[in-house]
Design a protein around this ligand. Structure first.
Ligand code: FES
Length: 572
């Protein structure tokens, strides 16, 4: 047996422990399976309750074939799965739990390497956080986006068009019956959301990081090339063990630089900011929220996908795919950053081509010349807040208006359509109590629906400010991830309805126009405090006690960093 395999600590030798470890795994498997062959886990987020990942068992079968073919032993490892549309109160509350559970199970078992199967929003971030902390050779396979559905002749972007259609119903321009009929057209096939939402973003960004075989991310879930690539990735996983290519050996600040460039060029979800910060934290890489502005702000938007644009993920694949996008910004990428194959990312770009310039714009004719995420600071967000200008209304990027404040999402729902609510299109809507601690779990509620009375007047966007997140499939002039959040003592807790708020994205400012002394002397109202979560037990209590703020990735404080794959105690 190759004694340097981690799994040999379980399987080698003639003692009682080795006997037990081998015997219970035999079950028709030959003895040679435990003698010198890499044991490769397939961390599989397939679940009927995660519909975007339900097809991953089929993908896992292709991975298994590749692992066997290369001489490894594949081991299916179902891990905590998070279905974005099903899990309450928000899947983000459970991302760190999924990461922790996966990390612990990889460490606890006789595993030499792992293939990570994810798709729906939180699953790839959680798997990467786990892999970074346990630091075993690991490669990601993204489950891929679904095919485009159509309704009454129009392509439907899942997520984005739900918001659009529901706003049309509220504005009285679409009937309830037609809205309901669109439901069965929204999800056409297996796969995750087909807009440039968080799932698509994280798959592409994970490839830019180097954790996916270049060219694979964005392959539609029903496309047979996904299975072909999964087979090859299974083979690669065996080689990774031989090469000892663990996350800590190739993921560097340069990798995150490339991920941030990619995030801007694709017009990706703002959720990628918290996920990348959390992954970097696990690796001990000094990534800050300001790196997103510094590296990404001037990167052009090249991908014309919903929610900021027109097309959907299978259009992107048809038009040349992610590598064609990266080729356009090759000069902005760090050439030293390696991928899971051992070769630099930039090595994979020369053969890429744009086949449809309406979907992927060239560098010389970008959709927006500077499209990255902007980081704002000021008296309302001393620790930072972010905005995605590409999804905002240009005329609102510099704005001054009076605050209309809501203490919780429940307060918002109770009052937003009140005809007597004192609000107009120049108002600034503020929602607090939605940060990592306050909700808890930092839900995607920052893109508050507009008041019905303003929708009926034709208003389609307003400045909105929140300490929560925004769905990657949403759009609007929304300032989110305000840090510190209200529940952590941030100034958002002290702002009042009627205060003047000024936003200046160009100068990266977000301020409340109240004299500093007066503002500091203000207390926090009982109604505001009642909006903050105070769970009594279980994961929610643990989470609230230990979650960090959005500007450091909203990980738990005791999960930051890597503890490696060493098991603390001998068994039996
Ligand atoms: Fe799973 Fe959108 S709900 S990716």
């Amino acid at each position: 047996m190759a004694s340097d395999l981690r799994s040999s600590e379980w399987y080698s030798g003639d003692d009682r422990n080795a006997y037990i470890h081998r015997a219970w795994m035999r079950r028709g498997v030959p003895d040679t399976a435990f003698r010198g062959r890499p044991q490769i886990a397939i961390a599989n987020t397939a679940s009927d309750l995660t519909p975007c990942n339900a097809h991953l068992d089929e993908v896992a079968q292709s991975v298994k074939n590749g692992i066997y073919e290369a001489g490894g032993i594949p081991l299916n490892l179902p891990v905590v799965s998070l279905g974005e549309t099903q899990v309450r109160p928000t899947a983000m509350l459970w991302r760190n739990m999924a990461a922790m559970a996966t990390e612990e199970m990889l460490r606890a078992n006789p595993i030499d390497g792992v293939v990570l199967l994810g798709g729906c929003d939180k699953t790839i971030p959680a798997l990467l956080m786990a892999a970074a902390s346990v630091d075993l050779p690991a490669v990601v396979i993204p489950g891929g986006p679904m095919l485009t559905g159509h309704f009454r002749g129009e392509a439907l972007g899942c997520g984005t068009d739900v918001w659009r259609l529901s706003e049309e119903v509220r504005a009285g321009t679409l009937s309830e019956a037609l809205f309901e009929r669109s439901e069965s057209s929204m999800i056409r096939s297996k796969g995750h959301c087909n807009t440039m939402g968080t799932a698509s973003t994280m798959a592409l960004v994970a490839e830019a990081l180097g954790t996916i075989v270049p060219g694979l991310a964005g392959t539609p879930a029903p496309d047979s090339r996904l299975l072909e690539a999964s087979h090859e990735t299974g083979r690669l996983a065996v080689q990774l063990v031989a090469a000892d290519r663990r996350p800590s050996t190739f993921l560097t600040k340069a990798s995150f630089h490339n991920a941030i460039v990619a995030l801007a060029a694709i017009g990706g979800s703002t959720n990628a900011v918290v996920h990348l910060l959390a992954i970097a934290g696990r690796l001990g890489i000094d990534l800050t929220i300001d790196d997103f502005d510094r590296i990404g702000a001037e990167v052009p938007l090249l991908v014309n996908l919903q929610p900021a644009g027109r097309y959907l993920m299978d259009d992107l694949y048809r038009a040349g795919g992610f590598l064609a996008v990266l080729r356009e910004v090759k000069d902005l990428l760090d050439p030293t950053a390696l991928t899971i194959t051992g070769r630099p990312l930039v090595d994979y770009l020369d053969d890429a081509r744009i086949w449809d310039a309406d979907v992927i714009a060239s560098r010389t004719q970008p959709l927006i010349p500077a499209a990255g995420i902007s980081v704002l600071r000021g008296t309302l967000a001393p620790g930072g807040a972010i905005i995605k200008p590409a999804a905002a209304s240009p005329h609102l990027l510099k704005h001054r208006g009076r605050a209309v404040v809501f203490d919780s999402i429940e307060d918002f729902h109770a009052r937003i359509d009140d005809p007597d609510l004192d609000i107009d299109e120049n108002s600034v809507m503020i929602l607090r109590g939605c940060g990592p601690m306050g909700y808890p779990g930092m839900p995607e509620v920052s893109n508050m629906p507009l008041p019905k009375k303003l929708l009926e007047k034709g208003v389609r966007d307003m400045v909105r400010i929140c300490d929560g997140r925004m769905s990657g499939t949403a759009y609007g002039t929304v300032i989110l991830h305000v840090t510190p959040e209200a529940a952590a003592g941030g100034p958002l807790a002290r702002v009042r309805t009627g205060d003047w708020i000024s936003l200046d994205v160009r100068n990266r400012r977000l301020d409340v126009e109240v004299p500093a002394e007066e503002f500091a002397a203000r207390g926090v109202s009982d109604a505001t405090v009642r909006g903050f979560a105070d769970p009594r037990r279980g994961w929610e209590r643990l989470y609230v006690d230990h979650v960090m703020q959005a500007d450091t990735g909203a990980d738990l404080d005791f999960l930051v960093g890597s503890s490696g794959s060493t098991v603390s105690r001998e068994s039996h």
